[in-house]
Design a protein around this ligand. Structure first.
Ligand code: NAP
Ligand code: HSE
Length: 469
């Protein structure tokens, strides 16, 4: 007996004729909202590879109008002057425009313009993770209601087709773990800091000059850009809606040259990792600087490159790698979406994801960070005197935090750094141990606490809170 599979409530999209373009063979008309790093990259890809794209798609793609803030600004690509506008209505209300591409960035007015386009039955391609992560359900409901496609491959990991891979390639799987480097700017900065000792602010300026950073780069360095992307990936992978506010987020501002040096001595490198796991039906979602063993594949992901490791029940383990920011890599993903949007429009079909109606997916609980289990790197600044180490080790032991290794540097010069690396431990237990350690007379400060991920299943001898160490 045929079953009822989900609640696919959307019908078919508007056909090209229905949205007002009758003559097959003429290029489809694209309205571009934004002509900055990504918008210019798209124009370049369409100019340079337009013929190939036209042959593959069976119809050409033409930029009819492009929305900008300033008409006087020098542009990285040449478009006839009359195609630029500062009035969004010239694009959103133009009946001859078939597909809208939003590459402006920011939440408003991008959200308003995307909704306006969908409301008119126009397919929308966007690279905007901030708007998707914060308003995804509303946008998907509008897409479903108005039977318009919504495409967003470039919103996560730029040139890497990871969204397609999760939505289509892993459609027969249940994803268990997603873990990766999904912000190019911070990976670039950390690579420069680790490999050449470049100062944080200099490396950030270099990332901005290369077009990797967001308009407000604090979104990159404080971890929010990665959190938006993790919210999108985890929502798709676990068929739910993960609000960004439920993700534990730490950026890279507190990563110091001292911790970089110790982590190197210990055989690790520091990466800003985004991690999402399905732990018995509740979701673990976090973004933070992480020590990764130097032999781990993620440790080899340098500069602007991103990588996403996925573990799923049928396929096993997968890893995706490529450029996670920049004009052409991002434009590659936007152009691919544009081609898919054009093809769907010509066939009068909606993408499967929109038909699955993610706007109505149930919210699953996100586990508090205090309940997560990882290894920890903990650096304390202490007086170099007898009994300090034993007192600290006793606090860890009382709280069930098992110590894997401990090193002390700058012997004889007080205060000294003592660095602990723990076995897998519950975060709440580590925090409690540090609350007990911090007031000890010989302890100057808990200088840094960084989680450690090694991609293994954990400590075989772990006995759920037994006091060791
Ligand atoms: P950008 O260089 O700052 O370009 C933004 C463009 O949008 C500019 O042309 C700007 O006009 C226009 N614009 C912004 N607000 C506007 C408004 N209110 N009205 C009219 N025009 C407006 O940004 P980008 O780097 O291309 O990023 C665009 C989007 O792609 C963002 O959502 C970003 O997160 C995403 N993305 C970027 C990358 C990357 O590597 N850069 C990678 C993946 C995804 P003016 O030129 O006149 O100022
Ligand atoms: N600012 C983002 C990054 C752009 O550095 O990863 C790509 O989404």
């Amino acid at each position: 007996m045929p079953g009822t599979y989900g609640q696919s409530t959307c019908g078919q999209s508007m056909t090209r004729a229905a949205v007002g373009v009758e003559s097959v063979g003429n290029p489809l008309q694209v309205g571009l909202l934004g002509l900055g790093v990504v918008g210019s990259g798209l124009v370049r890809v369409l100019q340079e590879n337009g013929e190939i794209i036209g042959n593959r798609l069976g119809v050409g793609l033409e930029i009819r109008r492009a929305l900008v803030r300033s008409l006087d600004k020098p542009r990285m690509v040449s478009l006839p002057e009359e195609r630029l506008t500062t009035n969004p209505r010239d694009i959103l209300e133009d009946p001859d425009i078939d597909i809208i591409v939003e590459v402006m960035g920011g939440v408003e007015p991008a959200r308003e313009y995307i909704l306006a386009a969908l409301g008119r039955g126009r397919p929308v391609v966007t690279a905007n993770k901030a708007v998707l992560a914060q308003h995804g359900p509303e946008l998907f409901r509008a897409a479903c209601e108005h039977r318009a496609g919504l495409y967003f491959e470039a919103s996560v990991a730029a040139g890497i087709p990871v969204i397609r891979s999760i939505v289509d390639g892993l459609a027969a799987n249940q994803v268990q773990t997603l873990m990766g480097i999904i912000n190019g700017t911070t990976n670039y900065i950390l690579t420069r800091m680790v490999e050449d000792g470049t100062d944080f602010s200099v490396a950030l300026e270099q990332a901005q000059a290369a077009g990797y950073a967001e308009a407000d780069p604090s979104s990159d360095v404080d971890g929010w850009d990665a959190a938006y992307k993790l919210a999108i990936l985890a929502s798709l992978a676990f068929e739910t809606y993960i609000p960004v506010e439920s993700i534990h987020v730490e950026g890279i501002r507190r990563v110091t040259p001292v911790d970089i040096a110790y982590s190197r001595d210990l055989g690790f490198t520091i990466k800003l990792l985004a991690v999402a796991k399905n732990v018995n039906g509740s979701i673990e979602a976090r973004v933070h600087p992480t020590l990764v063993p130097q032999h781990h594949p993620l440790a080899a992901v340098r500069d602007v490159f991103n990588a996403i490791f996925i573990s799923a029940d049928a396929v096993g383990e997968l890893m995706f790698y490529g450029r996670g920011a920049g004009s052409l890599p991002t434009a590659s993903a936007v152009a691919a979406d544009l081609i898919e949007a054009a093809d769907d429009l010509l066939r009068g079909q909606l993408p499967l994801l929109v038909r699955r109606n993610p706007g109505e997916w149930p919210v699953k609980p996100v586990q508090p960070i205090t309940e997560t289990r990882t290894r920890f790197y903990i650096r304390l600044s202490v007086c170099d005197e007898p009994g300090v180490l034993a007192a600290m080790a006793a606090s860890f032991g009382r709280n069930g935090v098992s110590i894997e290794s401990v090193i002390q540097k700058s012997r004889g010069k007080s205060p000294v750094d003592v660095v602990f690396v723990t076995h897998d431990a519950r975060e709440a237990d580590v925090r409690q141990a540090l609350r007990e350690i911090e007031p000890l007379a010989a302890v100057h400060q808990v200088a840094s606490v960084i989680r450690v991920e090694d991609g293994t299943a954990g400590d075989k001898c772990e006995s759920g809170g037994s006091a060791r160490g």
